[in-house]
Design a binder for this molecule. Sequence first.
Ligand code: FAD
Length: 412
Amino acid sequence: MIAIVGAGPAGISAAETLRRKTNLPITIFSAEKCPPYNPAVLTTYLKTGGDEIFWKGKDVFERLNVDARIGEKVEKLDAKRKKITTEIGDYEFEKIIVASGSRLYAPLKGLDLPNVYNFKSLTQVRELRSKIVRGECKKAVVVGGGFQGTEIALTLREIGIDVTLLEATDRIMPERLDKKASKFVEKVLEDKGVELVFNSFGTEFAADSSGVCKAVVTENGEEFPGDVFVAATGMIPNVDFCKEELDTAKGIVVNEFMETSQKDIYACGDVCETKNRVTGERGVFANYWNAVRQGKIAALNALGYKIPYEGSDVINSLKKLGFHFIVAGDVSGNNYQEVEDRGNYWRFYVKNGRLVGYIIVGDISNAGIFYRIMVSGFDIGRFGKPLFTLKDSDFASFSTKFKYQQSHHHYR
Ligand SMILES: Cc1cc2nc3c(=O)[nH]c(=O)nc-3n(C[C@H](O)[C@H](O)[C@H](O)COP(=O)(O)OP(=O)(O)OC[C@H]3O[C@@H](n4cnc5c(N)ncnc54)[C@H](O)[C@@H]3O)c2cc1C
């Protein structure tokens, strides 16, 4: 018997892989009371309310013939006994795959107040959508100008809501962009009518006398009033139920086979810490495709295969701008080459003759090529021409086989 904790992209990928290979009983525990959904399209759901959020179909558990324990949150893991405890009971398994993902991390007071939402839960986004549909939302304040906060702000604007976006630093997506790159995004936000407030550190969602949130208060005492508030300040791995049993650092520590520190227990997705496939650095590399690949590897190895994980990609693709915007790999420091051409922008970070990161704004026709060059560690000097002019045919003259044929820039 095999258990999977969590029915997000990693858990579902693990379940699909297991079922392809075995008839063994599979049990999947899922804390949220709804069919499995893809968090990467929650902003689309906010707008449409459509069933595409259930990207594997609402009947996925029946199709996979798994015992789905929906709404049954795992409260404790006993690693030695391979025992899972929920509020309903105890269960023992032969193998356990932990795919419990991440939840909102927000160092602000008042998170539980009515009118405060986050995009780490479909239930929350449904409530926000209902409020919008009822016409009870004219003004929103989004706290956090990272990828998700930016996408949420743009979506709310598309719906016709006035939006203020508060960001603690001086730029959008501060962990990935410098001010120059941020400007591409800032311009779109401003053109679309999002009020951008930089250097504004939200400390509290403040309630009125009826106990409902009415404003975000910042460190310097400013108040930003609204009808709804969204916290988009970061994420933290869901390890509460297992952190005493499994080694954790930034997330659950796994080896290249997605094995945790305890025998027969595997982890995958946003809950675990893996290796960056380009730099080797360890961290939680939260994106859809990493979660899916890890889920697959964890499942295969739980079945006795010995398949190593190649490492995680660090790729963010910002949606809703009206043009493509991709940030990949290590984009830190000032050591880069850049090209601007007819509204498109490419920036390449090269270390020791190797492409380690890039930013693309606009034309992504060569994105797959850049990705392959980056992950294969190819010596870019061998091309003898600028990276942004490369075409697939340029590879034909080199004997090196590119290991990674697929570009995973897009999760759909
Ligand atoms: C708003 C938003 C936009 C995003 N956009 C993109 C994008 O454009 N591209 C991209 O690649 N990625 C995007 N991501 C990231 C991507 O969605 C995540 O990396 C991916 O969902 C990780 O999958 P996961 O299965 O590891 O974790 P999760 O999706 O977090 O799923 C974990 C599941 O485990 C359940 N769970 C947690 N604790 C327990 C417990 N104790 N017991 C039982 N069940 C439990 C949770 O309820 C949840 O269903 C976005 C994420 C968000 C929130």
